[in-house]
Design a protein around this ligand. Structure first.
Ligand SMILES: C[S@@+](CC[C@H](N)C(=O)[O-])C[C@H]1O[C@@H](n2cnc3c(N)ncnc32)[C@H](O)[C@@H]1O
Length: 282
């Protein structure tokens, strides 16, 4: 945090207020389906269910979940056998995550704080650092983020991310399959994008602090930042499906509730999500 200028610090403060005010919307009507996780102690979040094919056996693994939000992915990682610590800078999200974990009969530790402060807040290293969808666009500095990931891993430890593909994030809000107008930058280095939106991506309530800021990170910048931080890249897969209806005209994936894809005419043209795995040298 302290490494940023006043403009970026103000943007991060606005983002924290924005995320705090999204939490009641996400736990309310049409939000994250929390009852499903509480009712069935084997249930997993959509994204961890997708990721489990890549994660392997997590039994006894010490996992750090960065930007854990209200804990749905964190609890799911715990249900795969991991001993998980979740970190997020939203007090409201950490409160819900703590309560939800108890209601789910799961175990996880939650730390309140900025991603960039993880090494100071958590003075130990992990077998796996995990980050899920919708995380890095909120971060101003991808190289500093990659250094945090590397620092939080023990030698030989693994990093896993599944994230919205930067290519899918460039389209204008009013783009249609026929007019795929581009409105947002693909490449790193542009000023923060400012949004004002009183609706969130799930939930039907009103977001009381609607202002937020996001930063573009192109695929090359993400991969290079992890390489520069000393990690070895083991996997980079691009996906045709996404875990949230990012563009309103996306089609639900048949038989996979909560997943969306592009209409057939575009399905093989644009990646929507990616999975990257890396490892720290022993
Ligand atoms: C879209 S959510 C991540 C969601 C998670 N994959 C899920 O679907 O539950 C983004 C999270 O990042 C957190 N966040 C954003 N910027 C952060 C920062 N600089 N440090 C820590 N957490 C941050 C927000 O509070 C929010 O909980």
């Amino acid at each position: 945090m302290d490494q940023f200028g006043s403009e970026v610090r103000a943007a991060l403060t606005a983002n924290r207020a924005n995320w705090n005010s999204r939490v009641p919307v996400h736990v309310g009507p049409d939000g994250y389906r929390l009852d499903r996780l509480v009712a069935d102690q084997t249930a997993l979040s959509d994204v961890v269910d997708f990721d489990r094919r890549y994660l392997g056996d997590l039994t006894g693994q010490d996992v750090l979940h960065l930007q854990c939000h209200i804990g749905t992915d964190t609890i799911s990682l715990a249900r795969l056998g991991a001993s998980v610590t979740g970190l997020d800078f939203s007090e409201a999200a950490i409160d819900v995550a703590t309560d939800l974990t108890e209601r789910c009969g799961a175990e996880a530790e939650f730390i309140l704080g900025d991603v960039y402060r993880a090494p100071t807040l958590i003075e130990r290293t992990f077998d796996l650092v995990y980050t899920g969808v919708g995380a890095i666009p909120w971060l101003p500095d991808i190289q500093a983020w990659a250094s945090v990931v590397a620092e939080m891993l023990r030698p030989g430890g693994r990093f896993h991310m599944t994230e919205g593909h930067p290519m899918a994030l460039v389209f204008a809000d009013d783009a249609t399959p026929e007019h795929l107008r581009i409105d947002y930058p693909y490449f790193e280095g542009r000023p923060a994008m400012r949004f004002e939106d009183s609706a969130s991506y799930v939930g039907s309530g009103t977001v009381e602090s609607p202002e937020s800021f996001e930063w573009a990170h192109n695929m090359g910048a993400i991969v290079q930042a992890l390489i520069d931080a000393g990690l070895i890249i083991d996997r980079l897969e691009e996906h045709r499906e996404l875990a949230w209806p990012f563009l309103p005209w996306m089609e639900p994936v048949p038989d996979r509730e909560g997943w969306y894809r592009l209409p057939e005419s575009l399905r093989h043209s644009i990646p929507l999500m990616f999975t990257l795995q890396a490892r720290k040298r022993t």
